[in-house]
Design a protein around this ligand. Structure first.
Ligand SMILES: Cc1cc2nc3c(=O)[nH]c(=O)nc-3n(C[C@H](O)[C@H](O)[C@H](O)COP(=O)(O)O)c2cc1C
Length: 371
C-alpha cells in the first residue's frame, strides 16, 4: 500500500484524487476531488450535463426511480474557476422508497453484494443496496465530468457506446447514432433488434448483460507508468471497480491468444511526416504506456442481479428461501453504466497526464519557470 492510500477503498487516483461517499437511500451522495489544477472554467451545468446521461427513465427498461440528481458545488470553485483546492460535489437523494427493500433485509439476493457485505461488516444498509447500489456511481460521474473538461482542453476525447446486448452485436459502426437512441448503440440495425429483445427480457421478469466499447482519441504517446501501475492495469482497475463488470479487453483482447505474431503485430511505418501503424491490435498501449494511437477497450457487464422472477436463495440464518425482488431495478444497465465507464477512463487519464509532468527534467524546468 502506498502512503495516502485509504484502507476502505473509497479513494482513487494519485494526483487527481477522488473520494466518494454516500449510500443509495442515505441523504445524499457526493465526491471530493483533490488535485484538480486551478484555472479550469467550471460551473454546475458542466457536471449536470454528464449526470443527466446516467439518469434513470431515459429508456423504458430502466428503473422507475425518478431522481432529479441536481449537483451542487460546495467548494473549490471561485468566480467560475477552479482554485486548486478540494472540490466538493453533492447530490441529494430524493426518490427513494426504502420499504421496497424490507423483503431483502435478511435475505441474500443472488449475484448481488448482500451476502458478502454482511460477511465483511456484520451490518448492512439493505435499503436500495446501500453502497453497493448503482447509485454510488453518481459520484464517479460528477468527478468524471471535471476530468472530461480537462481532457477537452487537451483535445483528448473519450467516446463510449453499447457494443452488444446479450447476443445482439453491432453490424456497422455509426458514432453519430449513439445519442440518437436510448440504448446508446452505435448501430441502427442492432438497436432495433435489441429493443425487441429487451421487451421479451422484461416480460420474462429477467435481465441481460452486454459489452460497452470505449475509445480514447488524441492521447499522446508515453503516458502511463511502466511496471505495477501500467496504464492498461489502472484503466482495468478503474473500470472493473464499477458494479456488474465482469471482463475487460484492450485491442484484440482475448483473441490475441490465438493469433500468430506475424498477423497480430502492429507494424510501424513513417509516412507524411507521421508515425503510423498498420493495425492497432495492441489497443494503443505498449509496455504500460500509451503509444499515441487510439486506446480501444471492451468492457463486459453481467446481467442485472435484481430480477422479479422467483429465485432460490438463503437468509441470514442459512435457511433455504425463495425470493422475488421488488423495488425498482434496471433490467438492462448498460446505457446508464456508459457515462460511468467514460468517467472512470477520464479520471485515470487526467491522473496519469498530471503524473507524467514529473517524468522529465525539461517538463519540471519549464513548469517551474512558467510560474
Ligand atoms: C449504473 C448502474 C446501475 C445498476 N443498477 C442496478 C439495479 O437496478 N439493480 C441491481 O440489482 N443491480 C444494479 N447494478 C449492479 C450492482 O450495483 C452490482 O451488480 C452489485 O453491486 C454487485 O457487484 P458486482 O456485480 O460487481 O459483483 C447497477 C450497476 C450500475 C453500474
Amino acid at each position: 500500500m502506498k502512503e495516502g492510500d485509504s484502507i476502505s477503498g473509497s479513494n482513487y487516483g494519485r494526483i487527481f484524487r477522488i473520494s466518494t461517499w454516500g449510500e443509495s437511500h442515505g441523504k445524499a451522495i457526493g465526491v471530493v476531488i483533490d488535485g484538480c489544477p486551478s484555472g479550469l472554467l467550471l460551473c454546475e451545468e458542466d457536471i449536470q450535463i454528464e449526470l443527466d446521461k446516467r439518469k434513470p427513465s431515459s429508456y423504458k427498461h430502466s428503473t422507475k426511480r425518478k431522481e432529479e440528481d441536481k449537483v451542487t458545488i460546495l467548494s473549490g470553485v471561485f468566480q467560475g474557476k477552479t482554485t486548486g483546492t478540494p472540490i466538493s460535489l453533492m447530490v441529494f437523494n430524493n426518490d427513494y422508497i426504502s420499504k421496497d427493500y424490507s423483503n431483502i433485509k435478511d435475505i441474500y439476493r443472488p449475484s448481488h453484494a448482500d451476502y458478502t457485505y454482511d460477511k465483511k461488516y456484520g451490518i448492512r444498509d439493505y435499503r436500495g443496496g446501500g453502497r453497493a447500489s448503482g447509485r454510488e456511481t453518481v459520484a464517479r460521474v460528477c468527478a468524471g465530468a471535471i476530468a472530461k473538461k480537462i481532457l477537452r482542453e487537451l483535445n483528448i476525447q473519450v467516446i463510449g457506446y453499447v457494443k452488444s446486448i446479450g447476443n445482439i452485436s453491432m453490424e456497422t459502426k455509426d458514432i453519430d447514432y449513439i445519442d440518437k437512441n436510448p440504448l446508446k448503440m452505435a448501430c441502427p440495425l442492432a438497436y432495433k433488434k435489441a429493443e425487441a429483445y429487451l421487451e421479451k427480457i422484461v416480460n420474462y421478469k429477467d435481465s441481460i448483460g452486454g459489452v460497452i466499447a470505449l475509445e480514447v482519441k488524441g492521447l499522446k504517446a508515453g503516458i502511463g507508468e511502466p511496471v505495477f501501475e501500467k496504464l492498461d492495469a489502472m484503466i482495468s482497475m478503474a473500470l472493473m471497480s464499477i458494479g456488474a463488470t465482469k471482463g475487460i479487453e484492450f485491442g484484440l483482447g482475448f483473441s490475441s491468444s490465438n493469433t500468430r505474431g506475424s498477423l497480430y503485430n502492429d507494424e510501424f511505418y513513417y509516412d507524411d511526416n507521421e508515425l503510423k501503424k498498420s493495425s492497432n491490435n495492441s489497443g494503443g498501449i505498449l509496455g504500460g504506456l500509451s503509444d499515441g494511437f487510439d486506446i480501444n477497450i471492451n468492457l463486459a457487464f453481467k446481467p442485472t442481479p435484481s430480477i422479479a422472477k422467483e429465485q432460490n436463495t438463503v437468509d441470514k440464518n442459512m435457511k433455504n428461501r425463495k425470493i422475488e425482488i421488488k423495488g425498482r431495478h434496471d433490467s438492462f444497465i448498460l446505457p446508464r453504466a456508459l457515462p460511468v465507464a467514460e468517467a472512470m477512463v477520464c479520471i485515470t487519464l487526467v491522473d496519469y497526464i498530471l503524473l507524467n509532468l514529473t517524468t522529465k527534467m525539461e517538463s519540471i524546468k519549464s513548469g517551474y519557470f512558467n510560474f
